[in-house]
Design a protein around this ligand. Structure first.
Ligand code: HEC
Length: 230
Protein backbone atom coordinates (compact mmCIF):
# COMPACT_ATOMS: atom_id res chain seq x y z
CA UNK A 1 0.00 0.00 0.00
CA UNK A 2 1.71 3.16 -1.19
CA UNK A 3 -0.95 5.71 -0.26
CA UNK A 4 -0.28 6.75 3.39
CA UNK A 5 -3.76 8.21 3.74
CA UNK A 6 -5.38 4.96 2.70
CA UNK A 7 -3.03 3.01 4.91
CA UNK A 8 -3.88 5.10 7.99
CA UNK A 9 -7.62 4.87 7.27
CA UNK A 10 -7.39 1.08 6.97
CA UNK A 11 -5.32 0.87 10.14
CA UNK A 12 -7.82 3.01 12.09
CA UNK A 13 -10.72 0.95 10.76
CA UNK A 14 -9.11 -2.34 11.66
CA UNK A 15 -9.04 -1.23 15.33
CA UNK A 16 -12.28 0.73 15.33
CA UNK A 17 -14.50 -1.93 13.80
CA UNK A 18 -13.61 -4.73 16.27
CA UNK A 19 -13.91 -2.28 19.19
CA UNK A 20 -17.38 -1.30 18.00
CA UNK A 21 -18.49 -4.89 17.46
CA UNK A 22 -16.80 -6.58 20.39
CA UNK A 23 -16.98 -3.89 23.08
CA UNK A 24 -19.49 -1.14 22.37
CA UNK A 25 -22.32 -3.18 20.87
CA UNK A 26 -22.37 -5.93 23.56
CA UNK A 27 -22.09 -3.28 26.31
CA UNK A 28 -25.09 -1.36 24.94
CA UNK A 29 -27.04 -4.60 24.53
CA UNK A 30 -26.40 -5.75 28.09
CA UNK A 31 -27.37 -2.35 29.51
CA UNK A 32 -30.79 -2.81 27.96
CA UNK A 33 -31.44 -6.12 29.73
CA UNK A 34 -34.43 -6.05 32.07
CA UNK A 35 -35.75 -8.68 34.51
CA UNK A 36 -38.01 -11.28 32.86
CA UNK A 37 -41.31 -12.52 34.29
CA UNK A 38 -41.90 -16.25 34.75
CA UNK A 39 -44.98 -17.71 33.07
CA UNK A 40 -46.66 -19.96 35.63
CA UNK A 41 -47.97 -22.54 33.11
CA UNK A 42 -44.70 -22.83 31.26
CA UNK A 43 -42.09 -22.41 33.99
CA UNK A 44 -44.03 -23.61 37.02
CA UNK A 45 -42.81 -20.54 38.86
CA UNK A 46 -44.03 -17.04 39.68
CA UNK A 47 -42.18 -13.75 40.01
CA UNK A 48 -39.28 -12.43 38.00
CA UNK A 49 -35.85 -13.62 36.97
CA UNK A 50 -33.37 -12.74 38.36
CA UNK A 51 -35.09 -12.60 41.73
CA UNK A 52 -33.11 -11.45 44.71
CA UNK A 53 -30.19 -9.13 44.09
CA UNK A 54 -26.77 -9.25 45.63
CA UNK A 55 -25.60 -7.45 48.76
CA UNK A 56 -23.99 -4.46 47.11
CA UNK A 57 -22.22 -2.97 50.13
CA UNK A 58 -20.17 -6.14 50.49
CA UNK A 59 -19.48 -6.27 46.76
CA UNK A 60 -17.50 -3.06 47.14
CA UNK A 61 -15.25 -4.75 49.72
CA UNK A 62 -14.92 -7.75 47.36
CA UNK A 63 -13.80 -5.42 44.56
CA UNK A 64 -11.42 -3.45 46.74
CA UNK A 65 -9.71 -6.54 48.18
CA UNK A 66 -9.07 -7.93 44.70
CA UNK A 67 -10.88 -11.23 45.12
CA UNK A 68 -11.45 -11.21 41.34
CA UNK A 69 -7.73 -11.88 40.89
CA UNK A 70 -8.38 -15.50 41.81
CA UNK A 71 -12.13 -16.06 41.82
CA UNK A 72 -14.60 -15.95 38.95
CA UNK A 73 -18.35 -15.54 39.14
CA UNK A 74 -19.07 -16.94 35.75
CA UNK A 75 -19.99 -20.56 35.23
CA UNK A 76 -18.95 -21.47 31.71
CA UNK A 77 -21.44 -23.02 29.34
CA UNK A 78 -20.54 -26.64 28.67
CA UNK A 79 -20.08 -25.90 24.95
CA UNK A 80 -17.07 -23.73 25.84
CA UNK A 81 -14.78 -26.72 25.49
CA UNK A 82 -14.95 -27.85 29.10
CA UNK A 83 -17.30 -30.78 29.54
CA UNK A 84 -17.16 -30.52 33.27
CA UNK A 85 -17.43 -26.71 33.32
CA UNK A 86 -20.22 -26.82 35.85
CA UNK A 87 -21.74 -29.48 37.98
CA UNK A 88 -24.92 -30.24 39.79
CA UNK A 89 -23.34 -29.65 43.18
CA UNK A 90 -22.39 -26.11 42.26
CA UNK A 91 -25.89 -24.77 42.81
CA UNK A 92 -28.75 -25.42 45.17
CA UNK A 93 -30.36 -28.75 45.91
CA UNK A 94 -33.01 -28.72 43.24
CA UNK A 95 -35.04 -31.68 44.38
CA UNK A 96 -37.85 -29.39 45.59
CA UNK A 97 -38.21 -27.15 42.55
CA UNK A 98 -39.81 -28.09 39.28
CA UNK A 99 -36.90 -27.54 36.92
CA UNK A 100 -33.33 -28.66 37.17
CA UNK A 101 -31.68 -25.29 37.38
CA UNK A 102 -27.96 -25.70 37.81
CA UNK A 103 -26.76 -23.97 34.73
CA UNK A 104 -24.17 -21.75 33.13
CA UNK A 105 -24.26 -18.03 33.97
CA UNK A 106 -26.32 -15.71 31.79
CA UNK A 107 -25.98 -11.92 31.36
CA UNK A 108 -29.25 -11.55 33.32
CA UNK A 109 -27.55 -12.86 36.46
CA UNK A 110 -25.71 -9.54 36.80
CA UNK A 111 -28.65 -7.17 36.38
CA UNK A 112 -28.50 -4.44 39.00
CA UNK A 113 -24.77 -4.86 39.57
CA UNK A 114 -22.92 -1.73 38.42
CA UNK A 115 -19.88 -3.91 37.72
CA UNK A 116 -20.10 -7.65 37.14
CA UNK A 117 -17.15 -9.24 38.97
CA UNK A 118 -16.58 -11.94 36.37
CA UNK A 119 -13.03 -12.46 37.58
CA UNK A 120 -9.65 -12.57 35.93
CA UNK A 121 -8.28 -16.01 36.81
CA UNK A 122 -9.72 -19.18 38.27
CA UNK A 123 -7.11 -19.98 40.93
CA UNK A 124 -9.83 -20.58 43.49
CA UNK A 125 -13.34 -22.01 43.04
CA UNK A 126 -16.01 -20.12 41.11
CA UNK A 127 -18.09 -18.13 43.59
CA UNK A 128 -21.29 -17.60 41.54
CA UNK A 129 -23.16 -19.95 43.89
CA UNK A 130 -20.93 -19.85 46.96
CA UNK A 131 -23.89 -18.76 49.13
CA UNK A 132 -25.27 -22.31 48.94
CA UNK A 133 -22.04 -23.91 49.99
CA UNK A 134 -22.04 -21.96 53.26
CA UNK A 135 -25.73 -22.48 54.03
CA UNK A 136 -26.93 -25.72 55.61
CA UNK A 137 -30.02 -27.59 54.33
CA UNK A 138 -32.22 -25.83 56.93
CA UNK A 139 -31.22 -22.46 55.50
CA UNK A 140 -28.90 -21.49 58.35
CA UNK A 141 -25.94 -19.46 57.09
CA UNK A 142 -22.46 -20.44 58.24
CA UNK A 143 -21.07 -16.94 58.76
CA UNK A 144 -18.32 -18.22 61.04
CA UNK A 145 -17.16 -20.65 58.31
CA UNK A 146 -16.77 -17.78 55.83
CA UNK A 147 -14.98 -15.57 58.34
CA UNK A 148 -12.55 -18.38 59.13
CA UNK A 149 -11.98 -18.85 55.37
CA UNK A 150 -11.10 -15.15 55.08
CA UNK A 151 -9.02 -14.84 58.25
CA UNK A 152 -7.18 -18.17 58.06
CA UNK A 153 -7.79 -19.98 54.74
CA UNK A 154 -5.51 -22.84 55.81
CA UNK A 155 -7.75 -23.65 58.76
CA UNK A 156 -10.01 -25.39 56.24
CA UNK A 157 -7.56 -26.70 53.66
CA UNK A 158 -3.90 -27.06 54.59
CA UNK A 159 -2.77 -26.52 51.00
CA UNK A 160 -4.76 -23.34 50.41
CA UNK A 161 -2.94 -20.59 48.50
CA UNK A 162 -5.58 -18.01 49.36
CA UNK A 163 -4.10 -15.02 51.19
CA UNK A 164 -5.33 -14.35 54.73
CA UNK A 165 -7.39 -11.13 54.89
CA UNK A 166 -6.31 -10.20 58.43
CA UNK A 167 -6.80 -6.51 57.62
CA UNK A 168 -10.56 -7.15 57.86
CA UNK A 169 -10.32 -8.40 61.46
CA UNK A 170 -9.31 -7.06 64.87
CA UNK A 171 -7.31 -9.21 67.26
CA UNK A 172 -7.77 -8.15 70.87
CA UNK A 173 -7.61 -9.23 74.48
CA UNK A 174 -10.68 -11.07 75.71
CA UNK A 175 -12.62 -8.95 78.18
CA UNK A 176 -15.06 -10.76 80.50
CA UNK A 177 -16.86 -13.52 78.57
CA UNK A 178 -15.52 -12.32 75.25
CA UNK A 179 -17.35 -10.72 72.28
CA UNK A 180 -20.39 -12.56 70.94
CA UNK A 181 -19.13 -12.02 67.36
CA UNK A 182 -15.63 -13.47 67.97
CA UNK A 183 -14.59 -16.18 65.49
CA UNK A 184 -14.56 -19.82 66.43
CA UNK A 185 -11.52 -21.58 65.02
CA UNK A 186 -10.63 -25.22 64.55
CA UNK A 187 -7.79 -26.42 66.81
CA UNK A 188 -4.43 -24.84 66.16
CA UNK A 189 -5.66 -21.63 64.52
CA UNK A 190 -6.82 -19.51 67.46
CA UNK A 191 -4.96 -16.22 67.89
CA UNK A 192 -3.37 -17.20 71.22
CA UNK A 193 -4.48 -17.60 74.80
CA UNK A 194 -6.64 -14.79 76.13
CA UNK A 195 -7.06 -13.24 72.67
CA UNK A 196 -9.99 -13.17 70.25
CA UNK A 197 -10.55 -12.26 66.59
CA UNK A 198 -13.49 -9.96 65.87
CA UNK A 199 -14.72 -9.12 62.34
CA UNK A 200 -14.78 -5.46 61.32
CA UNK A 201 -18.06 -4.14 59.81
CA UNK A 202 -16.44 -4.54 56.37
CA UNK A 203 -15.72 -8.23 57.00
CA UNK A 204 -19.38 -8.68 57.95
CA UNK A 205 -20.48 -6.91 54.77
CA UNK A 206 -18.21 -9.10 52.66
CA UNK A 207 -19.63 -12.22 54.28
CA UNK A 208 -23.22 -11.03 53.71
CA UNK A 209 -22.31 -10.48 50.05
CA UNK A 210 -20.81 -13.97 49.68
CA UNK A 211 -23.92 -15.48 51.27
CA UNK A 212 -26.11 -13.58 48.79
CA UNK A 213 -24.34 -15.20 45.83
CA UNK A 214 -26.88 -17.75 44.58
CA UNK A 215 -26.97 -17.17 40.85
CA UNK A 216 -28.75 -20.23 39.61
CA UNK A 217 -32.42 -19.21 39.42
CA UNK A 218 -34.21 -20.99 36.54
CA UNK A 219 -34.19 -18.99 33.29
CA UNK A 220 -37.76 -18.31 32.06
CA UNK A 221 -38.70 -20.45 29.10
CA UNK A 222 -35.33 -22.10 28.79
CA UNK A 223 -35.10 -25.79 28.22
CA UNK A 224 -32.80 -27.21 30.84
CA UNK A 225 -29.35 -27.97 29.45
CA UNK A 226 -28.66 -31.66 28.94
CA UNK A 227 -25.65 -31.68 31.26
CA UNK A 228 -27.74 -30.47 34.19
CA UNK A 229 -29.80 -33.66 34.07
CA UNK A 230 -26.80 -35.91 34.55
C1 HEC B 1 -4.28 -15.78 45.43
C2 HEC B 1 -5.58 -16.27 45.05
C3 HEC B 1 -6.79 -15.96 45.90
C4 HEC B 1 -7.29 -14.73 46.27
C5 HEC B 1 -6.72 -13.34 45.95
C6 HEC B 1 -8.53 -14.98 46.98
N1 HEC B 1 -8.76 -16.33 47.04
FE1 HEC B 1 -10.39 -17.24 47.87
N2 HEC B 1 -9.61 -19.07 47.43
C7 HEC B 1 -8.45 -19.29 46.73
C8 HEC B 1 -8.21 -20.74 46.64
C9 HEC B 1 -7.04 -21.42 45.94
C10 HEC B 1 -9.29 -21.37 47.30
C11 HEC B 1 -9.51 -22.90 47.48
C12 HEC B 1 -8.81 -23.39 48.72
C13 HEC B 1 -9.50 -22.98 49.99
O1 HEC B 1 -10.67 -23.36 50.20
O2 HEC B 1 -8.89 -22.23 50.78
C14 HEC B 1 -10.16 -20.29 47.78
C15 HEC B 1 -11.35 -20.49 48.45
C16 HEC B 1 -12.25 -19.49 48.77
C17 HEC B 1 -13.56 -19.71 49.36
C18 HEC B 1 -14.18 -21.08 49.66
C19 HEC B 1 -14.92 -21.46 48.41
C20 HEC B 1 -15.66 -22.76 48.50
O3 HEC B 1 -16.43 -23.00 47.62
O4 HEC B 1 -15.43 -23.53 49.44
C21 HEC B 1 -14.14 -18.48 49.52
C22 HEC B 1 -15.52 -18.18 50.07
C23 HEC B 1 -13.18 -17.49 49.08
N3 HEC B 1 -12.04 -18.15 48.63
C24 HEC B 1 -13.41 -16.13 49.10
C25 HEC B 1 -12.46 -15.18 48.76
C26 HEC B 1 -12.65 -13.76 48.93
C27 HEC B 1 -13.92 -13.12 49.43
C28 HEC B 1 -11.50 -13.16 48.51
C29 HEC B 1 -11.17 -11.69 48.55
C30 HEC B 1 -11.28 -11.04 49.86
C31 HEC B 1 -10.59 -14.20 48.05
N4 HEC B 1 -11.20 -15.41 48.24
C32 HEC B 1 -9.33 -13.99 47.51
C33 HEC B 1 -7.61 -18.34 46.20
C34 HEC B 1 -7.73 -16.96 46.39
Amino acid sequence: MTNPCKFLTCLALSFFAPWLLLVVRPALQSQKLAPQAYVKDRDGLEGVYPGKGIYRQGQLVYAREGCTQCHTQMIRPSFAGVNDGWKKGWGSDQSAIPRDVVRASTPFDYIGEPVAPLGIQRNGPDLANVGYRFTDPDGKADRNGLHVQLYAPRAGKKWSIMPAYRNLYTVRKIEGHGSPGALKFPKGFSPGKGREVVPTPEANELVSYLLSLKKDAPVPGQVVAEAAKK
